[in-house]
Design a protein around this ligand. Sequence first.
Ligand code: ADP
Ligand code: MG
Length: 461
Amino acid sequence: MSKSKGFENLGLGAEIVANLTSLGYVTMTPIQEQALPFILEGKDLIGQANTGSGKTAAFGLGLLAKIDIAHTRPQALILCPTRELAEQVCIEIRRLARFTNNIKVLTLCGGTEERHKAKSLEHGAHIIVGTPGRIKKLLEKKSLNVNSLKVLVLDEADRMLELGFMDDINAIASFTPLNRQTLLFSATFPHGIKGLSASLQDEPAQVTVDSQHQLNDIKQLFFPVSCDDQKFEALLRLLNHYKPESTMIFCQSRVICTKLANLLRKEKISALEIHGELEQQDRTLVLTKFSNKSCRVLVATDVASRGLDIKDVSAVVNYDLPLEHDLYVHRIGRTGRAGKEGLSLSLFKSKENVFLEGIADYLKMVSKIVELNTLKPYRPFSLKPSMETIYISAGRKDNIRPGDILGALTKDARLTGSDVGAIRIFEVNSYVGITCEKVEEAIKHLSVGKIKGKKYKVGKA
Ligand code: ADP
Ligand code: MG
């Protein structure tokens, strides 16, 4: 295998490369290595690689290289299937653009926070990230103008097709200049993608990263169970034995997902669930809590978790095996990222042996089967989070930045930097992770004190 390459020979500009280094992006991921030369050359491209492979930076760096800052009109439009994904892409692009002064990135997705966005749009933005439905509406109302668009990106194209956005996407494209560059990214490659590409792209280059490449650092173990009724006990045993810092558990339906999360909470295991029927706001909160380390276990369905950048998961558990090999690869890809060894634990019933054989064949490996009774004997245990998440009624609309909140917490409330975890700022509110020992103190001080000279509501999220 060839050695991974750095970002310095792409002609990206010294500040961008320095910023990438400061973000810890030293070598390119395989999709970046393969796709960036085409993207920077201005070619249309189809990129296929699974979740967590660094697709955002692949197109993000490409479009940042094309933006003319002096011209505050939308020059890049990124379409994403859901609001959460759009928000994640927006965060990543802002990180990539940290040292490029004054680049404006705006998400447009519909929902309650949108009225605050009209103003931002008036002041102009260089990069727009949004969901097809919302973007189409804004274009039709002429609130959004994409006459100067240089790059159109379809992120998670397979998922957008599943959600029935084909017509919206075509309608949006018809508002954009014909000489644009069109980049299409997808984790899987269902039939519709070819058609979508044919209608929007011009002789696209195609790059595919084979999934095996990325799975080498994941320890994959398979545990036999005799029936579904045995699974919960088996799960407890796995959690007790490995005590992962963070665990993502996949199951096949929303019903099982909710039931499982409830059962885990009864066992004093800090768990939350995410599935397709949760309200958008609740989904954001669940994801924030999980990434803030204020929840140890996230129980998920495939539909709900697809594409979400949930990183650094210590272990993935396949409570129910997925139906397709592709999905298995996607699920376990959430552990063992960026050079850390990951852990994948799968439960299976004897009739699912065929799936195991299929997976082994697909990934060219031998499935390692481990009997549950070889693990540590089960003792009642608890999995507690190290942090709690607090809510502050101040957000981007108040021009609040992470530094303002960190300042209020460390100066006024006298917490140390290590008591404060991730700070996430949304349009109208913010969430902050605080160590469990200091959370009451933090709330007390923030409630009586001020942030940037103003009083805000503060409480546990
Ligand atoms: P995808 O869109 O393919 O699912 P993302 O773009 O969300 O993947 O990237 C997954 C994670 O990998 C993100 O947390 C991102 O910050 C990180 N990442 C991306 N590129 C690199 C790189 N070259 N080196 C290290 N980390 C990276
Ligand atoms: Mg992505």
